[in-house]
Design a protein around this ligand. Structure first.
Ligand code: R5P
Length: 295
């Protein structure tokens, strides 16, 4: 295999290459004064492609989503031109995937469009992590695999010395994630219920009486964007008497003042993975990606 690190996931990609002891095809991104840019693969320092060798492009698509997506599409297209290959693409955070249906009349289903763009450019397989809804894969005729970071998150939380913990997801839909992490921690898990207005975007996390008094709580979500959802859950568990509230997620987009919002709500610490390179991305999903590629 040849690992091709995209500019948005260079650290993760090199980590995956190290896990697999695979070759790396580096690229250079040159900017132009008008905001345009060009991708140039370092073909001069790259040995001949062996017959049947797979190319693996690793590029996440967190903000700036459009730029990162366009880089991904251009990388796929250029690899096709240069090496006549259909690469496997690893998109650790798949942008626009939350818009997985027409919530309001006339809306675009952006998840469908993005998947088809990736496929149409020539990717033969997509690997992504904790995608919001696996149902979106039915929109594209491409082999799509969703892996979870929850095992790595659980292993990380095991090391921090939680006292009588409980894992809570701020949304019933994320209960399976809470279950995986709770099993690793050997503790209980539960959920709150979340409602979001489709027009204003405002969210409400409903309080439920969960026994958290004197316990460490892990508030676990797939994505932290503005931090509003987990901050509301943290406030609830603190009001119910939790000892400490920790927050963990796969994709830490951390837009606006998300970090401050969550800490101000009473969280002790926030952990994310390197599907997105942010200030809290302390957990690597490289072993999970490497394992999936080996299969
Ligand atoms: C949406 O349903 C996701 O699971 C997250 O809960 C959501 O994206 C978090 O957004 P924010 O951090 O802006 O509340």
């Amino acid at each position: 295999m040849v690992i091709v690190p995209g500019p948005a996931s260079s650290n993760l990609a090199l980590n995956v290459a190290e896990n697999l002891s695979d070759d790396v095809l580096f690229l250079n991104l040159r900017d132009f004064p008008d905001g345009e840019w060009v991708v140039q693969f370092d073909v001069e320092n790259f040995k001949e492609k062996r017959p049947g060798e797979e190319f693996i492009v690793i590029q996440t698509t967190y903000p700036n989503q459009e730029k990162n997506l366009l880089q991904l599409l251009i990388m796929i297209d250029t690899l096709k031109d240069l090496f006549s290959v259909s690469p496997i693409v690893v998109v650790p955070y798949l942008a626009f995937s939350r818009q997985d249906k027409r919530f309001l009349p006339g809306e675009a289903i952006t998840a469908k469009t993005i998947l088809n763009l990736i496929h149409d450019r020539g990717a033969k397989r997509l690997i992504t992590v904790d995608v919001h809804n696996e149902g979106i894969f039915s929109h594209v005729e491409m082999d799509c695999v969703n892996v979870t970071a929850m095992g790595e998150i659980g292993k990380h939380l095991l090391k921090i010395g939680l006292k009588n913990p409980i894992v809570i997801s701020p949304d019933e839909g994320a209960i399976n994630h809470a279950k995986i992490v709770a099993e690793i921690l050997g503790c209980e898990y539960d959920f709150f219920k979340k409602k979001r207005s489709r027009t204003t975007g405002e969210i409400n996390v409903e309080k439920r009486d969960i026994e958290v008094k004197g316990r460490d709580v892990v508030v676990l979500d797939d994505i932290i964007s503005t931090g509003g959802t987990v901050a509301k859950a943290v406030k609830i568990v603190k009001s119910l008497g939790a000892l400490r509230a920790y927050v963990a997620c796969t994709h830490s987009l951390l837009v606006k003042d998300a970090f401050k919002t969550i800490i101000d709500a009473g969280a002790e610490k926030i952990f994310g993975t390197d599907t997105v390179q942010s200030e809290i991305s302390v957990i690597s999903i490289a072993p999970v990606i490497a394992e999936t590629l080996k299969k």
